[in-house]
Design a protein. Structure first.
Length: 333
């Protein structure tokens, strides 16, 4: 009788063990204080050098992820938005929206290498490096186009008409780039070689898409939308929306962890919606993580599975309070 009981107990533990591992809850880990004042936008991680870059007014704050402390700043810009990482060339590229330019810097020394004026661009915002074409793309919110720069020659080599106001973009590493059009409620598919939009998919019922993430294995993109407060899952083999998942208000960024199968949606309402991918077309909200009001920009470290959100404290007049900029760090429990 005892042997039978132990056997059954062992089988039960084995059967529930995967559920225990997968049912991760995120908790507050720490905060990282950053210098300087002003607004903030995108957060990026350099996996090779283990650093986090946080855009901040006219500068970029740099954090060493090993110590989780600020180790430097990249300064003297007019209005920073995003940061793209090109480890092949050992260069980072910053979209300086108010200067209509990209600013290049050395990933090792953090020293500015040069400024690249973007012809025909107005308000460069999102920015990304595409390893397939070995090009850097800025997405210009006020001119409805994308500027393409060769990171080796540091020169602009093209402009892509997008047909609407672009937000975040993500490459598949095989020649295609997926880019949300916020005002058109749709998803562009861009050929990174020909520098042309080859397809456009509607995101209905989603509206006002901002952040986008890619599940390369299952051929799915995740577009987070403000209008309907939903995450639209798109089958990129045919452009169909296969699922809509409710999220918080004022969303900006989204990240996908292929190991844990979790999707993180950072919302301006002081929450991050954490979604479990049960299959390619099935998703469920597993946690509404309380963060801080306006903590809507985020980066995921796929090595540690931590998420990093930038935020500042605002006064009654909606102005950033001095010395309040920081990174909120959350980890799996």
């Amino acid at each position: 009788m005892k042997k039978t009981f132990l056997t059954l107990t062992g089988l039960l533990l084995i059967s529930i063990a995967p559920q225990i591992v997968n049912a991760q809850t995120y908790v507050m880990d720490k905060t990282i204080d950053l210098t300087g004042d002003g607004g903030y936008d995108y957060v990026s991680i350099d996996k090779v050098n283990n650093r986090l870059y946080a855009s901040h007014g006219t500068m970029v704050n740099v954090v060493d992820l090993a110590t989780e402390k600020q180790i430097g700043v990249i300064e003297n810009m007019k209005g920073v938005h995003g940061i793209a990482i090109d480890n092949k060339a050992n260069k980072g590229f910053i979209s300086d929206g108010k200067a209509n330019a990209m600013v290049a810097f050395d990933l090792k020394t953090l020293k500015t290498i040069g400024t690249i004026p973007l012809e025909g661009a107005n308000g460069p915002d999102a920015i990304m490096y595409d390893p397939y074409s070995d090009r850097v793309f800025s997405f210009n919110g006020e001119s409805n186009n994308s500027s393409v720069v060769d990171p080796n020659t540091m020169k602009q080599v093209g402009t892509i008409a997008l047909g609407g106001g672009p937000e975040f973009a993500v490459p598949d590493g095989k020649g295609l780039i997926y880019n949300n059009l916020e005002d058109k409620n749709s998803l562009n598919v861009i050929d990174a070689k020909t520098l042309k939009v080859i397809k456009n998919y509607p995101l209905a019922p989603g509206g006002g898409p901002t952040g986008i993430a890619l599940d390369e294995k299952n051929k799915r993109t995740f577009s987070v939308c403000r209008t309907n407060k939903g995450m639209e899952v798109v089958d990129i083999t045919n452009g169909k929306v296969v699922a809509t998942v409710p999220i918080g208000a004022g969303v900006d960024a989204v990240a996908y962890d292929p190991e844990t199968k979790l999707v993180f949606c950072s919302n301006g309402d002081g929450t991050t919606t954490i979604i479990k991918q049960e299959s390619a077309d099935k998703y469920s909200v597993v946690q509404t993580l309380t963060t801080q009001n306006r903590a809507k920009t985020m980066a995921l470290d796929t090595k540690t599975h931590k998420i990093y959100l930038t935020v500042a404290t605002y006064d009654a007049a909606r102005k950033v309070q001095p010395n309040s900029f920081k990174v909120l760090v959350y980890k799996p429990q």
